[in-house]
Design a protein around this ligand. Structure first.
Ligand SMILES: [Zn+2]
Length: 315
């Protein structure tokens, strides 16, 4: 079996089957798998049909222009000599780790986190893993996120305090994944946020309560302070919006990257990364995504056979 990086995706070639995971374009001769509905993982689905979980399939349908086929819960697909199945990844709704088994058992985590959030539990720990292909965006020691419940509490205090002094509140998060977590959180505090169309369409899949930015535009929200859940690209219009609505707007990003916002990450931090490897005990760890080299170095110091997936590995 060969495993190699293909742009920001991963390809596994068993000799009898080639499986391309989260590649930005179709890979000639491959069966394509998408681990979750984030834009930077779904490129191949614009040109070919990808296999995915039922949850991701539903989101891709709502987003439009993407072709997918759901692999039903618990079912296994066979490719040549290889079984393919999914396990929860805890990253965003529908996200999955991919398990490939042809005697050697390979797990490709996709984007993942161990920590549960308000919408779903964290990544499943998979048994008997020979090779763990580990996404490491925030896996390095400099990334240690606060406990999610603490962040939720801090967010609630900040949102309510600002509404209390008649400010509009904006929480920035990606339309797919983070915006559903934010909407669910606000709903749990009795707040119905205002959202744009793309967020609204995905929110509806999860039965979340929101208000779509109306056909009359923002002017509908002049009379009282509201909470808006918006994708980050809306940050450019905040100043203009403040003038238009005649009310102060306070805004925070909600992301692992947020320096002055809420560090609400959909990825695993350093300790979650270490814990997943400790609980899985794989024979080999291949790291990929930001900080892959640094995480592999840390794991080698801990005694694991670990290396960044920078070129073809034969197992
Ligand atoms: Zn993602």
């Amino acid at each position: 079996m060969l495993i190699y990086p293909w742009k920001n995706g991963v390809v596994v070639d068993t000799g009898l089957a080639k499986i391309a995971v989260d590649t930005p374009k179709p890979v000639p001769g491959a069966t394509h798998v998408v681990t979750h509905a984030h834009y930077d993982h779904t490129g191949a689905a614009r040109k070919t049909t990808v296999l995915t979980t039922p949850g991701t399939h539903e989101i891709l349908k709502v987003l439009g222009g993407l072709s997918s086929e759901p692999v039903r819960e618990g079912s296994i697909h066979f490719f040549g000599d290889t079984e393919l199945s999914f396990a929860p990844a805890g990253h965003i709704p529908g996200s999955a780790q991919l398990i490939l088994d042809n005697g050697k058992r390979v797990v490709i985590t996709g984007d993942w986190k161990l920590e549960s959030d308000i919408l779903e539990p964290g990544a499943e720990i998979i048994d008997d893993v020979d090779v763990l292909v580990l996404e490491t965006t925030f896996g390095a020691p400099q990334y240690q996120f606060p406990d999610r419940k603490e962040i939720y509490g801090e967010m609630k205090r900040w949102v309510l305090a600002n509404l209390g002094i008649n400010n509009h509140v904006v929480l920035f998060g990606y339309a797919v994944g983070k915006s559903q977590e934010l909407t669910a959180l606000l709903n749990s505090w009795g707040i119905v946020p205002v959202v744009p169309d793309r967020t609204h369409r995905v929110n509806r899949l999860f039965g979340l309560s929101d208000v779509l930015i109306g056909s009359e535009g923002w002017r509908e929200y002049v009379s009282e302070p509201r909470v808006f859940v918006l994708p980050p690209n809306f940050s450019d219009i905040l100043s203009a919006l403040e003038v238009e609505l005649g009310r102060k707007i306070v805004a925070r990003s909600c992301s692992g990257w947020a320096r002055n916002g809420f560090q609400l990450s959909s990825h695993a931090d350093f300790w979650q990364t270490i814990n997943l490897v400790r609980k899985t005990e794989p024979e080999l760890v291949l790291t990929y995504g930001g900080n892959a080299g640094q995480v592999a170095t840390v794991l080698r110091r801990m005694g694991y056979d670990a290396r960044p997936l920078t070129h073809t590995v034969m197992i």
